[in-house]
Design a protein around this ligand. Structure first.
Ligand code: MG
Length: 548
């Protein structure tokens, strides 16, 4: 059996600096994260995705890297990192990290050297124009916070190109010397134990959307080169690419030249929220049918929310308005003219049934599920923070001061903890939910346990069951000898749907999330699903086992 571990993984995204402060200075660090490893193991997640922890002026929350070979001193030392990696491995957890090589910080030594003049060996590490480019607006990533993609540098006497903010000059990935540097960076962290990388802004690395001053020979060649290096260095390491691209470009990433292991499912994400807004499964079904199948070793990484805005750019204007009306009715809840800067729990008005519905969908959609830290307890956002910082507040561990995140005085915290109201740390925190058997946290741990017993979802083929009423999303996943049937009712009224088991009609259905025994189900048997409810079944009774 091939070891495609990422197909059975449960991913958990966290930012070290807002997770747990271990030395009382107000900033989360690797020492603090180490203390929380037992919690993460208990929750059942199997692979941590660490957001950038490298030295950085932190003008873009660490996505502006000033040194690819270090740890931000506020977060600890390389020694602390190695210690954390050891203990994560001891607990059977893998770790991947952000690889941010579309751009560097303007404080990176490469850029500082490059600014000195045309003779610097680092000049060609970036993209320059002596004359003022005619088009400075195309390709802006963060409107209206950003207003140009070219900025004049007095010292360099030229304009430099930046698809992100002006303090993040784009690396000239077409330069072989830059690609060599990127490979060296990957090799360094792989040797320290990482199982792969989340490729930040992957389409930009291909050079595809740029009105490039420098032409890449083949748009996907760069990524293919990185992919080959990765696999030579560490056979089981993966790329998880952030590529928010249309359906007809998906295979460019999964395809034979690139073979990216996992892609975040941005399209599914958007249509899932449209489906939830309407209480109708049709948008999700439409999206799944539109997406091409991926090759055997490819995989979708499914998510509900992450550390960015919920990007709704692929929806029509009308559809986007529907999602806004349902989940972000006020202008201040939105960002960049395309998305929502809220956490999931407040978007669903804290309705436990709808939260469970959303997470049940996340964990049963074909692919690998990813949780954003804090979502397991239903944390809320802080809309007083600018742009995406609203959803990047510190983890809420307890009802103690600072939510147990840090013992520093509140004014010294890297960012305020959400306090007071329905989502403040006083009401929403890990410690309180751990004591309550009926809490969202304990429900989530159970969901993860159930999901881990269903390799069919991550590894297998799926089939949509079409006979269901409009509010019901039902699908069956099969792998080796096993089969799992999952049904969701996206509306608040109870519904019933036929099991529609084709050649498997007559097999036992064993409820995976309930306490009922199995029953033999015929092709026409109707299954009741409560409003906003879900039902998980294993087909064929209790006799199944992993092959090999
Ligand atoms: Mg600290």
């Amino acid at each position: 059996m091939t070891d495609l571990w990422y197909k059975d993984a449960v991913l958990y995204e966290l930012d070290v600096k807002t997770y747990q402060d271990g030395n009382g200075d107000g900033v989360g660090d690797f020492r603090g994260l180490l203390q929380r490893l037992p919690y993460l193991a208990g929750l059942g997640v199997t692979c941590l995705w660490l957001q950038p922890f490298y030295p950085s002026p932190n003008k873009d929350d660490g996505y502006d890297v000033a040194d690819y070979y270090g740890v931000d001193p506020r977060l600890g030392t390389l020694g602390d990192f190695a210690e954390f990696m050891h203990h994560a491995r001891e607990r059977g957890m893998r770790v991947i990290a952000d690889l941010v090589v579309n751009h560097t910080s303007d404080q990176h030594p490469w850029f500082r050297e490059a600014r000195k003049g045309g003779h610097s060996p680092y000049r060609d590490y970036y993209i320059w124009s002596k004359d003022k480019p005619r088009d400075t607006k195309s390709g802006i990533t963060f409107p209206p916070a950003q207003d140009s993609v070219w900025t004049y540098d007095e010292s360099a006497e030229a304009y430099y190109y930046h698809q992100f903010y002006d303090h993040q000059p784009d690396l000239n990935i077409a330069n072989p010397a830059v690609r060599e540097e990127v490979c060296k960076v990957m090799g360094f962290w792989l040797d320290l134990g990482l199982s792969g990388f989340r490729l930040d802004a992957a389409p930009f690395l291909c050079g595809k959307p740029m009105p490039r001053a420098v032409k890449c020979p083949d748009v996907y060649e760069n990524l293919a080169e990185f992919r080959e290096f990765l696999s030579w260095r560490r056979g089981d390491a993966i790329f998880l690419a952030e590529a928010n691209v249309p359906a007809d470009e998906v295979l460019d990433y999964f395809g034979p030249g690139l073979q990216i292991h996992m892609l975040f499912s941005f399209l599914r994400n958007q249509y899932l929220f449209l489906a939830l807004a309407r209480g109708d499964a049709e948008p999700l079904v439409r999206c799944l049918e539109k997406l091409p199948g991926h090759p055997a070793r490819g995989q979708w990484a499914n998510f509900l929310r992450n550390h960015d805005e919920l990007d709704l750019g692929a929806l029509s204007d009308g559809e986007r308005r529907e999602v806004y009306a349902a989940f972000a009715p006020e202008e201040g809840m939105r960002a960049y003219g395309r998305g929502i800067r809220r956490r999931l729990a407040p978007m669903l008005q804290g309705d436990r049934r709808r939260l469970e519905l959303a997470y049940s969908l996340l964990f049963s959609l074909p692919g690998t599920p990813m949780l954003r830290s804090g979502d397991e307890i239903g944390m809320g956002e802080d809309l007083s923070r600018p742009e995406r910082l609203s959803v990047r507040t510190p983890m809420q561990w307890s009802a103690e001061e600072n939510g147990g995140f840090s013992t520093a005085p509140p004014e010294k915290l890297i960012r305020p903890v959400v306090s007071g109201g329905d989502y403040g740390y006083q009401r929403v925190n890990v410690a309180t939910q751990q004591r309550d058997p009926g809490s969202l946290l304990n429900w989530m741990a159970r969901l993860i346990h159930v999901r881990k017993q269903c390799p069919e979802i991550g590894q297998g083929e799926y089939k949509l069951l079409k006979s269901a009423p409009p509010s019901v999303f039902a699908h069956r996943c099969e792998w080796e000898n096993g089969a799992v049937l999952v049904m969701h009712n996206l509306a608040d009224k109870p519904a019933a749907a036929r099991a529609d088991l084709d050649e498997r009609a007559g097999e036992y259905l064993v409820e995976l999330f309930g306490d009922k025994n199995g029953e033999r189900v015929s092709r026409t048997r109707e299954i009741d699903i409560p409003g906003y409810g879900s039902r998980w079944f294993r087909l064929g009774g209790g006799h199944w086992k992993l092959p090999g």
